[in-house]
Design a protein around this ligand. Structure first.
Ligand SMILES: Nc1nc2c(c(=O)[nH]1)N[C@H]1C(S)=C(S)[C@@H](COP(=O)(O)OP(=O)(O)OC[C@H]3O[C@@H](n4cnc5c(=O)[nH]c(N)nc54)[C@H](O)[C@@H]3O)O[C@H]1N2
Ligand SMILES: Nc1nc2c(c(=O)[nH]1)N[C@H]1C(S)=C(S)[C@@H](COP(=O)(O)OP(=O)(O)OC[C@H]3O[C@@H](n4cnc5c(=O)[nH]c(N)nc54)[C@H](O)[C@@H]3O)O[C@H]1N2
Ligand SMILES: [Mo]
Length: 680
């Protein structure tokens, strides 16, 4: 019946630790409501403000609904409508010509616009592997912390999020949980009601810090020093669990020596806090049981991000916090999931070819490079999906310049006309999560999920899988795997413990893990122990920022800038949803009153935020959320919606972290000055 109302079980696809279970109400083929699933323990019936607007985003009149070909100059956003057949035939001609010279001149560019295993890392990867295209090192978000965790614990493993409700101390470290990890916050609040103490470590006084008992406002990039200072206090006060250290860690004596060089006074100076704050935090962490840390990726977007994550990850091993299910740490839990990436992505299709790797975080430099023995061929074609690099990649003046190259062939699979889509030769309309099948893991809970298709694709939109399946066929790739349906791929996505039938029947499957998974050690390392002295990285240390307030550069650019997420956007997604943009207001930078006054900046005034790389024009908001010496440029606006077509990445740089080859977005010195009245 046309007006039948049905409920379809979906999963939120966005790049967020929460991966919520969603119930979609569909009436007469149209999605009319999305709701958090009350039965899914982490979701608890609640969605964030952004995703509760998912139907508004899906049915937005700005959706890209048919293929388009560029007609104006590069970057001018002038397109004409073409058929799928015209678009795909031309794309295949262009790719074949480039591949005949060297397929590595073709580069895929994708990240986590959807975290789905099918729409994010299946048929697309098969296609590029078979083609022999460049590989992409997907470093833009989490690889410093992820590889640091792997070096320490042997994988991205951690606590079950639900058990934070029973903790007596929660240290929220480099995370604005209310904004970006809301469903963890529900458990932290339950703990608070049961008498737990909550401490937030963040240069910005966030809305999460407001709700904690204590806020420790360190300088960006000094977390490693703080962790060493905590170890110092754990040692001198003997708050160590010697038995856990002995049985389940390797290399402590060397780190112990190093930590003894970091008394609270030294730490206080490096972090720009008081020695009593260091001592108090150490006492709380050393003497409260169970004590848990919620670390998030915010603190690893600096030069020493990898070392800092290793140091923080070692802390709960020193106190034996892991013995209790409500103790330990969570950065990411995605390593618990038994995903069969070989089956999904088929790297064997590369055969004996050694394809070069492009780091997505240096795409600005790499697009501007000529051919060389070291680099390989010049990049001639980019195929972008699930990402908006012109807005989100560091040092965007260079990224935009690269995308403007007339000799670059760019295809963008998108739902909306983003800054990146504006620079395409072809834009191909992509389905949203309501319009395709997918299966999901999470990096913040331990449930595998399914996303059933709720509605027919709008307009001529197609899932990423369908586009790459057809491209493969038109390129003449005749391996049977290019005929696999989405359901066939979903069936091989997990290799044990999670069956497709179970997902389909019950919507999610909880991973069969012990409650306190590291209580008896059992780290995922070869020895089963927590590795403190790593054969690759040695003993972790505090690594100062590239652009630290103590450096020479600070004489010209004395303010440290961080650019954490705005609450109502998800990276650059949702910036185009008007009701959410209205809540966020305008692109802005938060400044401490003293820093503003000494520069003659008034509240609400337009300012230039600049350094040698570029200049970002936005409004100044005078706020106690910014500590002295640090400004907060909340992200990530679309460039075309900002004053003078800029966003915060105008001033960030492309230098990489100590571990994991990731960008150091929050390791960035700037100066701020008022601009005259007229800004356009
Ligand atoms: N609403 C919303 N939710 C999101 C996102 C979003 O854009 N919007 N992004 C999603 C993505 S992609 C990710 S990766 C995750 C996690 O994304 P993260 O980038 O970890 O974001 P937050 O959890 O908000 O944590 C960032 C916090 O770290 C702080 N910070 C910055 N520099 C430092 C530092 O040097 N040390 C310390 N201790 N803190 C620092 C910032 O001020 C901020 O409050 O969140 C996801 N969830
Ligand atoms: N200055 C600064 N820069 C940052 C950060 C920061 O904190 N500060 N954060 C960094 C982090 S943590 C991350 S993760 C990156 C995020 O960078 P990206 O992964 O590029 O994330 P988004 O900006 O959300 O862009 C995702 C795009 O994918 C599209 N999309 C969604 N679903 C689909 C689909 O099914 N098919 C197709 N074809 N497209 C789809 C959306 O419409 C959206 O335009 O940004 C990084 N950049
Ligand atoms: Mo991210």
């Amino acid at each position: 019946m046309k007006d039948d109302v049905i409920t379809v079980r979906a999963a939120c696809p966005h790049d967020c630790p929460d991966t919520c279970a969603i119930r979609v109400t569909v009436q007469g083929g149209k999605a009319i409501k999305v709701q958090g699933d009350p039965e899914h323990p982490p979701t608890h019936g609640a969605l964030c403000t952004k995703v509760s607007r998912y139907p508004e985003r899906t049915y937005s009149c700005d959706r890209v609904l048919h293929p388009m070909r560029r007609v104006g100059p590069k970057g001018s956003a002038q397109f004409e409508r073409v058929s799928w057949d015209e678009a795909l035939s031309d794309i295949v001609l262009r790719l074949k010509a480039i591949a005949a010279r060297d397929p590595q001149a073709i580069v895929p560019y994708s990240y986590a616009g959807t975290m789905g295993l099918l729409q994010g890392e299946s048929m697309d990867r098969r296609f590029f592997h078979r083609l022999g295209a460049s590989l992409l090192d997907r470093t833009i978000c989490a690889s410093a912390g992820g590889e640091a965790l792997a070096a320490t614990y042997g994988g991205k493993i951690g606590m079950h999020v639900e058990h934070y409700a029973e903790s007596k101390l929660i240290v929220i470290w480099g995370s604005n949980s209310i904004a970006s990890n809301l469903h963890f916050w529900t458990f932290a609040q339950a703990a608070k009601r049961n008498g737990a103490k909550l401490i937030c470590i963040d240069p910005r006084k966030t809305e999460t810090a407001d709700k904690c008992h204590q806020h420790i406002g360190i300088l960006p990039g000094t977390d490693g020093a703080l962790a060493l200072g905590l170890m110092h206090e754990l040692i001198v006060n003997d708050w160590l669990d010697h038995d856990y250290i002995e049985r389940h860690t390797e290399g402590w004596p060397k780190l112990r020596e190093r930590a003894l060089l970091w008394p609270p006074e030294r730490v206080a100076q490096t972090c720009s806090i008081t020695a009593d704050e260091v001592r108090g935090l150490a006492r709380d962490f050393g003497t409260t049981k169970p004590a848990a840390i919620r670390l998030n990726y915010g603190m690893q977007r600096v030069r020493g991000g990898g070392n800092a994550v290793r140091l923080v990850a070692i802390l709960p091993c020193l106190t034996g916090a892991w013995r209790h299910r409500a103790g330990g740490m969570l950065l990411s839990a995605s390593g618990w999931f038994p995903v069969d990436r070989l089956a999904l992505q088929r790297p064997d299709l590369m055969g004996s070819r050694k394809c070069r790797t492009i780091n997505m975080s240096t795409i600005g430099d790499d697009l501007l490079r000529g051919p060389s023995a070291e680099f390989g061929p010049k990049i001639e074609a980019l195929i972008v999906y699930n990402s908006n690099p012109v807005a989100v990649a560091p040092e965007s003046p260079k990224v935009a310049k690269g995308f403007l190259r007339e000799d670059l062939f760019t295809v963008v699979l998108e739902q909306f006309m983003t800054d990146t889509a504006d620079h395409a030769d072809y834009v191909l309309p992509a389905t949203t999560q309501l319009e395709h099948l997918d299966v999901h893991i999470s990096y913040g809970h331990s449930y595998a999920m399914i996303n059933e298709r709720a509605i027919e694709p709008l307009g001529e939109a197609r899932p990423n899988t369908a586009v790459f399946r057809e491209l493969a066929q038109r390129m003449g790739f005749d391996e049977p795997c290019f005929k696999d349906s989405d359901e066939a791929m979903a069936r091989v996505a997990f290799n044990k413990d999670v069956s497709f039938e179970a997902l389909r029947a019950s919507h999610w499957v909880k991973l069969p893990l012990p409650d306190a998974p590291l209580a008896q050690g059992q780290f995922r390392t070869p020895s089963g122990k927590c590795i403190i002295d790593s054969p690759i990285f040695g003993v972790p240390d505090h690594v100062p920022n590239y652009e630290s307030p103590q450096s020479e550069l600070a004489k010209r650019f004395p303010l440290a800038m961080i650019s954490p997420p705005a609450r109502n956007f998800l990276n650059s997604s949702f910036v185009n949803v008007k009701s959410l943009r209205d809540i966020e207001g305008e692109p802005m930078v938060e400044m401490n009153e003293a820093d503003a006054r000494s520069r003659g900046v008034a509240n609400g005034q337009f300012v230039r935020v600049f350094n040698d790389r570029g200049e970002y024009v936005c409004k100044a908001v005078l706020s106690a959320r910014a500590r002295p010496g640090v400004v907060n440029g909340l992200g990530i606006w679309w460039r075309k919606l900002g004053a003078r077509g800029t966003n915060v990445n105008e001033v960030t740089h492309q230098r990489l972290t100590d571990i994991g080859r990731a960008p150091s977005f929050y390791d960035c010195l700037v100066e701020v000055r008022p601009v005259g009245a007229s800004v356009s």
